[in-house]
Design a protein around this ligand. Structure first.
Ligand code: PLP
Length: 369
């Protein structure tokens, strides 16, 4: 049996009865958008994160775009963000007409290099977008200090870090707005596209509400230019079921990561590091090897799927060249692009499959391939 890198179907199988019941409740209700399920999820997720308010939207990209629009980010503005993240983070900036200023990531955490952020700042900088990549939080204390000093807005990209903590506080609750994706393979995943914004105070809530629904101040009356970025009731109902076990799922991810790290010690491969003051939620377990491609092929032959998150930096995307500025070295990002590989990681991954992955990696190194 092939071990896949992620497995959203396993997440459905584990709680199929509850999911079917939730979906049926929505279908029978006759209300398919912005009803009790969305409202219920928004209040439960805000409470979970420790934020004041949550607003459900159609995807993580929409959440990031709306957050930037709340700050009036647009043409002539710059947003500092890491060069190593999902293209979605950049797509949201580009959609506003602003320029994304791409800086390097730190070798240990794979998150924004704060010194690089400081050097990249110009009077055009309006916001910073830290990305808590792979489930490891960015250094939010130093980042918030710098943002305050320069009067910058902060939108946290928490798409890969539901439940992750920095100094005991959940990601999403530091910046002006935190944005989540509920893409099916995420730590909290819907069975389709969905996302959310969380707010630490009331400052941008009404504006975001209007922006996600055509700019409506009241039904059919648009005071600002908005879009359709609503969350579906069906997704909200599923997310309420899955939120119940998010902590348990994250704990299982950490346990798998621990088994991997102990099992892979002593090999010529770098294993992920966790800073002392954070709770990592291991959306991905990313190893680094100078023989990455050979290792992946070997594992594939043994029935083990792996991923590369991501094979191209944001500075290498032809479609976005007009939307970026690269002020400094991206040495760490460049190195990562050639040596990172994501091992299978999802809460339902069986212990024996974790062992199979470890044994296969040992075989790769010992057989001298
Ligand atoms: C870091 C990061 N940011 C943003 C997104 C965008 O989320 P979505 O796919 O829900 O639009 C994703 C997920 O793909 C992501 O991994």
């Amino acid at each position: 049996m092939m071990i896949s890198p992620a497995n959203p179907k396993a997440s459905y199988d584990k709680r199929a009865a509850l999911i079917k019941e939730a979906l049926s409740r929505v279908l029978e209700s006759g209300i398919y958008l912005h009803g009790n399920e969305t409202k219920g999820f928004e209040s439960e997720f805000a409470h979970y994160v420790g934020a004041r308010v949550c607003l459900g939207v159609g995807s993580g990209t929409q959440a990031l775009y709306l957050a930037l629009k709340c700050f009036d980010v647009g043409s002539g503005d710059e947003v500092i963000m890491p060069a190593h993240t999902a293209t979605a983070s950049l797509a949201a900036v580009a959609l506003t007409g602003a320029r994304a200023v791409l800086v390097d990531v730190e070798a240990d955490s794979f998150t924004l290099d704060i010194e690089a952020v400081k050097k990249a700042w110009t009077p055009q900088t309006k916001a910073i977008m830290p990305v808590h990549l792979y489930g490891h939080p960015a250094r939010m204390d130093e980042l918030m200090d710098f943002a305050q000093e320069k009067h910058l807005r902060v939108v946290e990209d928490c798409a890969q870090a539901h439940g992750a903590e920095f100094s005991g506080q959940q990601v999403g609750s530091f910046g002006d707005i935190g944005c989540f994706s509920f893409y099916p393979t995420k730590n909290l995943g819907a069975f389709g596209d969905a996302g959310a914004l969380v707010f630490r105070d009331d400052a941008f809530v009404e504006k975001a509400k209007a922006l996600r629904e055509y700019g409506w101040k009241e039904k059919f009356y648009s005071e600002v230019q908005g879009v359709n970025a609503r969350m579906d009731e069906l997704h909200a109902a599923v997310l309420r079921v899955k939120l119940e076990s998010l902590n348990e799922d994250n704990a299982r991810r950490r346990q798998i990561a621990k088994t991997y790290s102990e099992g892979l010690e002593g090999l010529d491969l770098m294993i992920p590091q966790t800073a002392a003051n954070v709770t990592h939620v291991f959306h991905q377990y990313v190893v680094r090897s100078v023989r990455r491609d050979a290792l992946r092929s070997f594992l594939h032959e043994k029935g083990i799927g792996t991923g590369i998150h991501y094979p191209h930096g944001l500075h290498q995307q032809p479609g976005f060249q007009d939307a970026i500025r690269v002020p400094g070295s991206l040495a760490c990002t460049e190195r990562m692009l050639s040596d990172i590989a994501s091992l299978p990681m999802y809460p339902e991954l069986a212990e024996e499959d974790v062992r199979r992955v470890i044994d296969a990696i040992h075989a790769f190194y010992h057989e001298g391939i």
